[in-house]
Design a protein around this ligand. Sequence first.
Ligand SMILES: N=c1c2ncn([C@@H]3O[C@H](COP(=O)(O)OP(=O)(O)OP(=O)(O)O)[C@@H](O)[C@H]3O)c2ncn1[C@@H]1O[C@H](COP(=O)(O)O)[C@@H](O)[C@H]1O
Length: 107
Amino acid sequence: MTDILRALYETIVDRKNNPVAESYTNYLFTKGEDKILKKVGEEATEVLIAAKNNDKEELVYEIADLTFHCLVLLAEKGIALEDVKKELERRQGKLSKTADRKEIESL
Ligand SMILES: N=c1c2ncn([C@@H]3O[C@H](COP(=O)(O)OP(=O)(O)OP(=O)(O)O)[C@@H](O)[C@H]3O)c2ncn1[C@@H]1O[C@H](COP(=O)(O)O)[C@@H](O)[C@H]1O
């Protein structure tokens, strides 16, 4: 999973640095931050609708759309994907410490 996210993020950053005609990613970068934020909001709403409709196929599709647009936002802001990975890893460490503490307290 990390590999495909990294590859997609690298493609997005490459589009930013070396624009390609007919690229939707470049269309977003050309439109700018407000357009990217609008798309993130729209895609998040579409995720909620798919979930409420219990449409699992649509939910997967919309989460993929949302993920793509979040990666475009990270690239727009110059934030490395690695920073998100590190934050998730930090939380895992924190959560397991909490779990360890609960286990110790229950002894
Ligand atoms: N993963 C994606 C991806 N996910 C979603 N989308 C696009 O996101 C858009 C979302 O659909 P919408 O109907 O909400 O938007 P729209 O009506 O097309 O556009 P708006 O006018 O609303 O902005 C669609 O045009 C999808 O094609 C993506 N476009 C590109 N990629 C990947 O990005 C990389 C670069 O692709 P190019 O941008 O084509 O160079 C490639 O690896 C692609 O696979």
